[in-house]
Design a protein around this ligand. Structure first.
Ligand SMILES: Nc1ncnc2c1ncn2[C@@H]1O[C@H](COP(=O)(O)OP(=O)(O)OP(=O)(O)O)[C@@H](O)[C@H]1O
Length: 250
């Protein structure tokens, strides 16, 4: 379970996250939605231990990310807004390095590497250096790095951006398989079809706060909208289909 408790973050005096609280349940896929600049990446970076909150705390499986970042990291895989590949290393070398950093060795590490190689169809890329990789290739390697130590929690920042149809489909299939194995998944997205297909729970952020949350069906019922896009627009912007603020949305 991922618990975000009263997290706030300012940048240069601007309030980006405002007393943000939510829970991501185990074995479920949760989508984090919000307009550009709502604070999704900032929130995911804080959960991933890449950025410190000004106040509040984040717990992964009960471990406080701020107090025990190393223990938290072992429970977490991150696919960030930058892939962070090492361009001189082959895919095999890169993934082996990260598996080792996560404490895997010997036969256990070999098995883990083989598993992500098969699962993400990496055969053709395995012995290539990552320099010059396409967006889809970079994303696959980044996802493999996040998954290789089989973490309980996986967070992904707009994981399908720039992916072609087949690569996006492989990613969705992988996330659903991981969910069915019990992984706790939180991802941000602007693509409503993918959110509908993947999500057990949706969280909507606006100006650094959660303004709506629940299953897609619960959100539709809450807003009275007929589809997820109108529901999102209603919650995130206060209107749907360009209606004036305050008007009944759907
Ligand atoms: N390091 C930083 N320094 C200053 N401002 C920042 C920094 N990181 C983010 N911001 C600002 O915080 C706000 C939220 O940014 P964030 O990237 O979290 O939004 P987002 O919801 O992920 O947006 P998008 O959908 O466009 O990716 C933006 O106004 C952004 O300019």
């Amino acid at each position: 379970m991922i618990e975000v408790n009263a997290v706030s973050k300012d940048f240069g005096g601007r309030k980006i996250l405002r007393d943000l609280s939510f829970t991501v349940p185990d074995g479920r896929i949760t989508a984090l939605l919000g307009a550009n600049g709502a604070g999704k990446t900032t929130c995911l970076r804080i959960i991933g231990g890449l950025l410190r909150a000004d106040s509040g705390d984040v717990r992964l499986g009960g471990i406080d990310v701020g107090r025990d970042p190393m223990a938290a990291r072992r429970q977490l895989g991150v696919v960030g807004d930058r892939e962070g590949l090492y361009e001189r290393l082959t895919v095999a070398e890169y993934l082996s390095l990260f598996a080792t950093i996560q404490g895997l060795s010997g036969g256990v590490r070999d098995k883990a590497l083989q598993a992500v190689r098969e699962e993400l169809e990496l055969d053709d890329l395995w012995h290539r250096r990552t320099r010059g990789f396409s967006q889809g290739e970079r994303m696959k390697v980044s996802l493999a790095r996040a998954m290789v130590h089989q973490p309980q929690h996986l967070i992904l920042d707009e994981p399908t951006r720039g992916l072609d149809v087949l690569a996006a489909r492989l990613l969705r299939k992988t996330l659903l398989q991981l969910r069915d194995r019990g992984t706790t998944i939180l991802f941000s997205s602007h693509v409503m079809s993918e959110v509908s297909e993947l999500s057990d729970q949706v969280l909507v952020m606006s100006a650094g706060r959660i303004v709506g949350g629940g299953t897609p069906a619960e959100l539709l019922a809450q807003t009275g909208c007929g589809n997820l896009e109108d529901t999102f627009v209603t919650l995130a912007y206060g209107t749907a289909g360009g209606q004036k603020e305050g008007a009944p949305a759907c």
